[in-house]
Design a protein around this ligand. Sequence first.
Ligand code: GAP
Length: 423
Amino acid sequence: MEEVVGLAKRRGFIYPGSEIYGGYRGFWDYGPLGVELKNNIKRRWWRDMVELREDVVGIDAAIIMNPKVWEVSGHLSAFTDPLVECQACHRRFRADHEEELAEHAKTHDGGVQWTKPKNFNLMTEVLLGATEPKEKAYLRGEITQGAFVNFQNIVDSTRVKIPFGIAQIGKAFRNEITPGNFIFRSREFEQMELEFFIREDKEESRRVFGYWKEERMKWYTGLGINEKNLRFRDHEESERAHYAKAATDIEYNSPFGWREFEGIHDRSDWDLSRHGLIYRDPDGRDEYTPWVIETSGGVDRATLFFLLEAYRKEDKRVVLKLHPALSPYKVAVFPLLANKPDLVTKARKVFDRIRPLFHATLDERGNIGKRYFAQDEIGTPFCVTIDFDTLKDGSVTVRDRDTTEQERVSVDNLAEYLQNKLA
Ligand code: GAP
């Protein structure tokens, strides 16, 4: 974990938020490579969950909503975590995080006295308006409510019919008691969620819940997470969120234990009925409150877990074996020698030719070995080297990140060659 955190900072993936002022607990900034990785995760999710499906539409709702939304959805009263305080040093912890409590107990000779657990609300308050007292509103604690409050708009303005889903990616905010483990638990984070609306039927609900569990698991394994590092864990009734009738987490085998990656929830009619919304079958036969199966993944957790999964130390190199769809750059182009103008000019020509097709980078620093090392470390799947033979016969060397094998390819066929390899 420390090595991945170090690499993330050193190579421009993730920095501590507001670092020049000492940072700010639970906030992180994504650097030039981090934003590419994160965007690639989101792009892939959107492609698979919206663009390639006929039964899902997307939205992008506001982060701040009418505060009534949160009252009605139950978040102001029930979106809580159990909090305990150490009576010696007054530090506060999640009562259900036993490992953290045990760790803290070790810092006090003779053990720790904890206060009784109390419910701590996670919603983040903001004050708005130009007149005093300002109006209290909230940064959304889950992106989900935007899909519910727009349910009627979407039914009226599109051709969706139940069963159908509303997908969304966006920021959420939680006043977490103990942010930690790098970007795993932060106070500002991004979610990618699907709210899938079905008819009110127990059998259908079980079937759709099972279907989405499998789909979401396949999505992670398809992007390179070893299935041995993933598992389902059903929630006990006592740990389920206030809106969930059933919940299963997809967990990842992280260096700090099995941890929640994504939640699949049966929200039944909780949200729509609280908001007083119903569905009228367009054929006019039926009128009812749909039930909802939700898949809710964290973009930042995905970023962290994809990085941890991809990180390898092999012989003398560190390599990020990211799925090519997620790699920040798909291709790096080098002149063999940085001090030979003919090679540098040709390298730039090749770079200019392929960059509209793939996110590419041109690297002229150091020697070729160092450049390979630098690209392996950030997960670039292919490196293209322009050498003296290129000037004679128009061929280049293409090196594969994972096998380190090299192939000679004609510049004219390079785009097609890479396209096939990256498909
Ligand atoms: N709408 C349902 C919902 O928000 P959740 O299980 O509370 O469900 C879903 O959150 C996902 O959001 C989690 O599985 C995790 O990936 C991500 N997430 C939740 N809290 C987070 C935090 N404090 N920091 C980073 N990611 C978080």
